[in-house]
Design a protein around this ligand. Structure first.
Ligand code: GRF
Length: 203
């Protein structure tokens, strides 16, 4: 399977995915990493792994639609089976999310449907939540609202602050994202047309 990963920043999830694929048990390769920020550290991680990188700045486009159209052209030139958002900090147009329906993943640092959007760790602490975590989901038009694939969960401790939670959530992310990608690449995971996530647990 051919994977394209979209990033905006550090790319620690990208690294976890690359490390996982390097084990050779999952029939997939990252064929390109694309960033909307040319200085994203994740691009360096990709280059270190010998993966072609592209940066496409949203600031060079007059509208979200124009940026997404160019992004789609770039992604499609890679003929990916799966497009992976890994800290890609742009809201995508309905044209984009529809085009990649059923083959577009995102990871979000909360137990969705709780805390869509930003500042998830702080919001979980302020709400007095006992549980927190991360979610991998299929992307639909609704921001952070698509069908859930897998979640990683942790306890919020009294001494936790947003930074400590962010660190521990990242560790969970690095476990669950490769897992979901593995399922997809082994044809065990599909999104049915009615929006149901189908996971074959047989193997
Ligand atoms: C992660 O917390 C992810 O959930 C969110 O953006 C962050 C990306 O981190 N969507 P990294 O760039 O993979 O380190």
């Amino acid at each position: 399977k051919r994977l394209v990963v979209l990033i905006s920043g550090s790319g620690s999830n990208l690294q976890a995915i690359l490390d996982y694929l390097a084990q050779g048990t999952c029939p997939a390769q990252v064929t390109a990493v694309i960033s909307n920020k040319s200085d994203a550290y994740g691009l360096e991680r990709a280059r270190n792994a010998g993966i072609p990188t592209f940066s496409l700045s949203h600031k060079d486009f007059s509208s979200r639609e124009a940026f997404d159209a160019e992004l789609m052209t770039l992604i499609d030139s890679q003929h990916p089976d799966l497009v992976i958002l890994a800290g890609f900090m742009r809201i995508l147009t309905p044209e984009f999310t529809r085009h990649y329906s059923g083959r577009l993943f995102n990871i979000h640092p909360s137990l969705l449907p709780k805390y869509k959007g930003l500042n998830t760790h702080q919001r979980a602490i302020e709400a007095g939540d006992k549980l927190h975590g991360a979610t991998v989901h299929f992307v639909t038009e609704e921001l952070d609202g698509g069908p859930l694939i897998v979640q990683g969960q942790l306890d919020i401790n009294p001494e936790d602050n947003p930074d400590s939670l962010a660190q521990r959530v990242h560790i969970l992310e690095h476990q669950i994202y490769p897992m979901a990608i593995d399922w997809y690449c082994c044809d065990r995971l599909t999104l049915s047309p009615d929006g149901t996530v189908l996971l074959d647990n047989a193997s």
